[in-house]
Design a protein around this ligand. Structure first.
Ligand code: SF4
Length: 425
């Protein structure tokens, strides 16, 4: 299968590893997109008022809209060990499920406080699952912000879902990662045209799709932040398909080609399926690349999308990479994208934010991709920024979204160019 991604060598380059203060959201943030995707699921966070505020303000959903997430708030008596939090939680779950018969999957989501006081959510989930079977399945995962970043919430959720799947030797393709519905439909259409119809997508929209895993499950990740889910699939005997991530025309082609190789899709079929959308994507990217080409970019570690996006921006849009930071580098997942980066690029893993701020001010990039907390201070210092979290919420995968993805980076540059012209005038 064609592969435009010639290795340039960054995969072997030394990685700057730093541990210090880091500026990221916690895994609870993932609930905002997961609850929209998993339509019969409810996410019950076992946490503090801070956790409730984070969810409420980030999701922007009013209580009367009956959202499919809530927080069981740990009061001071729980935190001080004066009340039995397990009994309280069981009562909360009972009230919730009697009010919401539409809920078929209940996720008990751990937080920093529930982990600090060591509430055993795994045992709770097992006990509640037995109590409410077969109508409701209760699963637990951690969304705690202790030493994690916000996309790890989805990873922890999927890992728990995979752990719960029945074993089967059915031959199938599994695609891991929550994608917007329209993007997922495009992907499934391309796979169907290639002759691959038996595709399991995780997370499942509803729990009534009978999902299984086993030695004949061939899986590929659509999101680069699914390290724990990847490891769990391997542990369950499934076979990984290794590829660059489907960002841009080259990334999408290489991702599809890896699947086509595994499923013995004839080259002529593959070429016919990708020809038109690939050409459309290349043409659309070339237009946006006029703004991006030659401009420098610096990535702070935030979403774990950084390495594949850097590959797309450098190799398909002509941007100049300075530093590409990622909270964690899972080489089995991002190795192909890493190999496609030029070897002079600084690759950093983890964060010591003060030292990284010194580096960004030293190199004064045209564009800095960072978390919300850093964006305003950096803008005040004259740097143009792009919020990393916006990339997780936007449709950016596959051919039809490739130019939109490039535009997300072009817009702040065009805005700062206009402001500069205004200053001169
Ligand atoms: S899980 Fe931790 S980091 Fe996240 S909102 Fe709750 S207390 Fe804050």
């Amino acid at each position: 299968m064609p592969n435009d991604l010639a290795p340039l060598g960054c995969g072997q380059a030394p990685v700057l590893k730093q541990r210090g203060q880091h500026e990221v959201f916690c895994g609870l943030t993932s609930i905002i997109w997961l609850h929209r995707k998993m339509q019969d699921a409810f996410f019950l966070v076992v946490g503090s008022r801070t956790c409730a505020h984070l969810l409420q303000s980030a999701a922007g959903v009013m209580i009367f809209a009956e959202p499919r997430f809530a927080t069981a708030i740990l009061e001071e008596t729980d935190l001080a060990g004066m009340a039995d939090a397990h009994v309280e939680l069981e009562r909360n779950v009972s009230e919730l499920l009697s009010r919401r018969p539409d809920v078929k999957r209940l996720f008990l989501v751990g937080s920093c406080p529930s982990e600090v006081i060591k509430i055993d959510l795994a045992t709770m989930a097992k006990k509640l699952s037995e109590k409410y079977a077969p109508h409701v399945n209760v699963i637990n995962f951690s969304g705690s912000g202790i030493e994690t970043t916000f996309t790890q919430g989805e990873d922890a959720c999927l890992e728990a879902v995979i752990r719960d799947l029945e074993t089967s030797d059915k031959t199938q393709l599994a695609v891991l990662g929550a994608l917007p519905d329209v993007v997922q439909d495009q992907m499934l259409r391309l796979l169907t045209q290639m002759g691959i119809a038996d595709v399991m997508v995780l997370p499942q929209v509803t729990s009534d799709t009978h999902s299984v895993v086993g030695p004949n499950t061939h899986f590929i990740c659509a999101q680069p932040f699914l390290g724990a889910s990847y490891d769990e699939m391997v542990r369950r005997g499934a076979q990984p398909i290794s590829a660059p991530f489907p960002f841009g025309a080259q990334g999408t082609t290489a991702w599809l080609a890896a699947i086509a190789d595994r499923f013995d899709v004839p080259q002529s079929t593959f070429d016919a399926v990708i020809a038109a959308p690939k050409a459309r994507a290349e043409q659309a990217i070339a237009k946006v690349a006029e703004t991006l080409s030659g401009r420098s970019i610096f990535f702070f570690p935030d979403s774990q999308l950084e390495i594949p996006l850097a590959r797309f921006l450098a190799n398909e849009c002509g941007m100049v990479l300075t530093e590409v930071g990622s909270p964690y580098i899972h080489r089995a997942l991002v190795g192909h994208d890493l190999d496609a980066l030029a070897d002079h690029v600084v690759i950093s893993e983890g964060q010591d934010v003060d030292k990284q701020l010194d580096r960004v001010f030293d190199c004064k990039p045209d564009l800095t991709v960072c978390g919300l907390g850093l964006a305003n201070p950096l803008e005040a210092e004259g740097l143009s920024t792009k919020w990393a979290i916006e990339l997780v919420f936007s449709p950016i995968h596959f051919y039809e979204q490739a130019a939109d993805l490039a535009s997300l980076f072009a817009r702040p540059l065009m805005r700062s160019d206009l402001l500069r012209v205004g200053d001169v005038a």
